[in-house]
Design a protein around this ligand. Structure first.
Ligand code: SF4
Ligand code: SF4
Ligand code: SF4
Ligand code: FES
Length: 731
């Protein structure tokens, strides 16, 4: 590493790496230089002149945001000349500013307001009439108020560089300059709201949040987005029991500041008018509201009677519910209902990847630290380079290979990380996908391949290039399953470089559902279940006595293709071929599956419960309850109350998230994770396997390939996702 550069800032000796900007060197030393246009990670703009500093031997003030440190440089940030420069720059920025802070959404967290308080003049000398331009609406979620804009270009750059969309630009000149959308009078873009977040003033505001509250009136709760498997931390602003805003401005979590439209706005399903607030039971063929005691009593009796009669059960779990709920549910199914008929809608074959990585003799090069061949993180593996990539690895590793998925639409955070890696570290990106993808713009190679066979042919074509890379992360979607995944790992091993993998999955806890044993063939931690029960699709076609569906909607037609009629009752979307005699559904809404249930138990959503989830890269994070569920209960509570009603609660143990997580820590391989780190908002990666997996012959995996504006059944209940033009077009 090159020798550090020595300089002084405000009389303090400082060392910084060559190339460091003065603004960053000062920040690292705890010296704040005010800035508007400068933004870490984006290209330099030098538009606002707020960061002017004195530099010895320089004839005039310099912009600290564009000035690299130099040996012996003497910088002063706190002199009368610097202060007056800041004051005059603010006066200039405010000449046309409406100063409507009392009604501006940004008030209280506005950088212009803060700087004006700190450095600005109490009075303006500007006496002319201000140029007024009416506010414009660029989309249902993006509003623009031109007079508030200070032309820092942050929005333009985050959209172009960060998102790779480039939907914003500047039109006109001078005082008439305006940020303009890509379609003349409206936006067609990802609708992610990153431009709103990054705007230092209230020029860009959110259609979902504007005029609802002031920032200081909200409680801020760190939740995990429930829509896709990437696991973005979403800080929810709540007030009076309502969620009003989603963002992640404190940069905690695996995603830093990034959230896509679903993380920022898609929480709004939680108070959809069709939300269930009371249990329903079928009376004379119709679902009617009943009390919790009555509903639990009906279900408990049915379960007990069926058990006593030696009847059959099927349990379908969820890839949205928490690890604790999934773990408890599979225990309930196996211990109480004596059934291995338990599964969920699988969206990627993560078991096949873990099996191959755990079972195959590591053949990669020796780990530079341990001297061992590189393998899975765990006892026998290299401690420095896990074979499963983290979200952070996608930003750090030198080369990335994408197989199958359109990441920008299906895994927005992973796509964002890879794009940032390319911009900041010049990572080489290889895209082998069925159709054009956003990564094509900067990929070292893009190849169109529709099937795994085409992909393997493309990989052979790329072999020499990949072999020349120092390291590689491979992401693959559900087009790779079973033996194809083993073959893919063999290909990776044959490159002779460290290779990490990401098996792409759809939902917030798809990974956790597998890890916790929501599978007929696996107990938690992929241990063999002994007598594998029915898979999801088999349960839907079997003539079971009881079907218990938790947070899933197999009735929407994804899991079996044909329409069918049951035992005489109307079946809305026809997938449960041989209608079970008794169906219990736990859900937020009266889904197609719930409509044909005998008892429906209203369930809390991810933002109304505590617990943990495991994202697509196997990183475990904590959910925190942001608001209380009206009339609904968490799935874990429902299991617990049901167990109590059946007299088996003692057998299953306490049903609090903390108690179940403790049990998971002690029983599930790979999950003995440090709770304080997770509770504090950290993400801790797990591999959940301790050795070769004996069988991976499970249900086939089918990704729903949700785009940016869809989210399985849940997406139907998000007002914002349904309001944006792009979502309507995508449908
Ligand atoms: S919402 Fe996102 S994609 Fe649309 S203009 Fe803003 S930053 Fe760009
Ligand atoms: S709209 Fe906001 S982020 Fe964009 S240039 Fe204006 S002040 Fe900067
Ligand atoms: S990338 Fe996925 S997890 Fe992140 S905010 Fe979007 S939908 Fe949520
Ligand atoms: S922050 Fe340096 S010119 Fe804007």
């Amino acid at each position: 590493m090159a020798d550090p550069v020595k300089l002084t800032i405000d009389g303090r000796p400082i060392e910084a790496a060559p190339g460091t900007l003065v603004i960053d060197a000062a920040k690292a030393a705890g010296i704040e230089i005010p800035a508007f246009c400068y933004y870490e990670g984006l290209t330099l703009q030098a538009a606002c002149r707020m960061c002017l500093v004195e530099v010895e031997k320089m004839p005039k003030l310099m912009t600290a945001c564009t000035l690299p440190v130099a040996q012996g440089m003497v910088v002063r940030t706190d002199t009368p000349q610097v202060h007056s420069a800041r004051k005059y720059m603010l006066e200039f920025l405010l000449t046309n500013h409406p100063l409507d802070c009392p009604v501006c959404d940004k008030g209280g967290e506005c950088e212009l307001q803060d700087m004006t308080f700190r450095y600005g003049a109490g009075e303006s000398r500007y006496a002319d009439e201000k140029v007024h331009v009416p506010e414009k609406q660029y989309s249902p979620v993006v509003f623009f108020d031109a007079p508030r804009c200070i032309l820092c270009y942050r929005c333009v750059r985050i959209c172009n560089e960060g998102l790779g969309v480039g939907a914003l630009g500047v039109i006109n000149r001078g005082v008439f300059s305006e940020i303009a959308p890509n379609r003349g009078d409206h936006l067609e873009c990802d609708e992610c709201g990153a431009c709103i977040d990054i705007c230092p003033v209230g020029a860009l505001t959110s259609g979902a949040y504007r005029y609802q509250t002031r920032p200081w009136e909200m409680t801020h709760v760190g939740a995990i987005c429930t829509h896709c498997a990437d696991g973005c931390k979403t800080t929810l602003g709540t007030r009076n029991g309502r969620i009003l805003r989603g963002n992640n401005r404190d940069r905690s979590g695996v995603n830093g500041e990034f959230v896509c439209i679903k993380g920022r706005y898609g929480f709004d399903f939680y108070d959809h008018p069709e939300r269930l607030h009371a249990p329903l039971a079928r009376v004379n063929g119709k679902l009617e509201e009943v009390s919790w005691a009555e509903a639990l009593g009906i279900v408990a009796k049915k379960f007990q009677d069926t058990l006593a009669a030696g009847g059959s059960f099927g349990v379908i779990g969820s890839n949205h519910t928490t690890n604790e709920e999934n773990y408890y549910l599979q225990r309930f199914a196996r211990q109480v209902l004596k059934s291995n008929n338990i599964d969920h809608h699988r969206t990627g074959d993560v078991a096949a990847l873990l099996s191959k990585l755990a079972g195959g003799a590591p053949s990669g090069p020796a780990c530079p630290t341990s001297g061992k061949a590189e393998g899975l993180a765990g006892e026998s593996a290299c401690p420095t380079i896990a074979r499963l990539a983290t979200v952070s690895d996608l930003y750090q590793r030198k080369a990335i290979l994408i197989l199958g998925a359109d990441l920008a639409l299906e895994h927005p955070l992973l796509s964002f990380q890879i794009r940032a890696n390319y911009r900041h570290h010049q990572a080489r990106i290889y895209a082998v996908t069925p159709g054009p993808v956003r990564e094509d713009k900067y990929a070292a190679a893009s190849i169109r391949a529709a099937t795994p066979a085409d992909c393997f042919a493309a990989l052979e074509h790329l072999r020499d290039k990949l072999r020349a890379e120092p390291e590689l992360v491979v992401l693959f979607d559900d087009s790779f399953q079973g033996a194809d995944i083993a073959r893919l790992v063999d290909f990776g091993e044959s490159l002779g470089i460290p290779v990490q993998y990401v098996c792409l999955l759809d939902y917030s806890n798809s990974h956790g559902a597998m890890d916790m044993g929501l599978a007929p063939e696996f107990l938690p931690g992929y241990q063999p279940s002994g007598q594998p029960g029915l898979r999801l699709n088999e349960m839907l076609e079997a003539n079971l006595d009881v079907l218990w569906v938790v947070g899933a909607n197999p009735g929407d037609g994804r899991d079996v293709s044909e329409m069918q009629t049951g035992d005489g009752r109307t079946v809305p979307n026809g997938v449960i071929r041989n209608c079970p005699r008794f169906v219990v559904v736990q859900d937020m809404f009266l889904t197609e599956t719930a409509q044909r249930a005998d008892v429906v138990l209203p369930a809390a959503c991810a933002y109304e419960k505590n617990g943990t989830v495991t994202n697509v890269t196997g990183e475990v994070q904590a959910l925190q309850r942001a608001v209380d569920a009206m009339g609904a209960k968490t799935d874990l509570e429902i299991f617990g109350f049901l167990a109590r009603e059946m007299g088996v609660a003692a057998e299953l143990g306490p049903w609090t998230p903390a108690a179940v997580f403790e049990e998971i820590r002690s029983r599930v391989p790979g999950y003995d994770l440090p709770w304080p780190a997770i509770a504090a908002g950290g993400a801790v990666q797990t591999s959940a396997v301790s050795g070769p997996i004996s069988s991976t012959q499970g249900a086939p995996a089918r990704s729903d390939h949700n785009g940016l504006f869809a989210s399985g059944t849940l997406g139907r209940y998000s007002r914002v996702l349904n309001s944006v033009l792009e979502g309507r077009v995508a449908r």
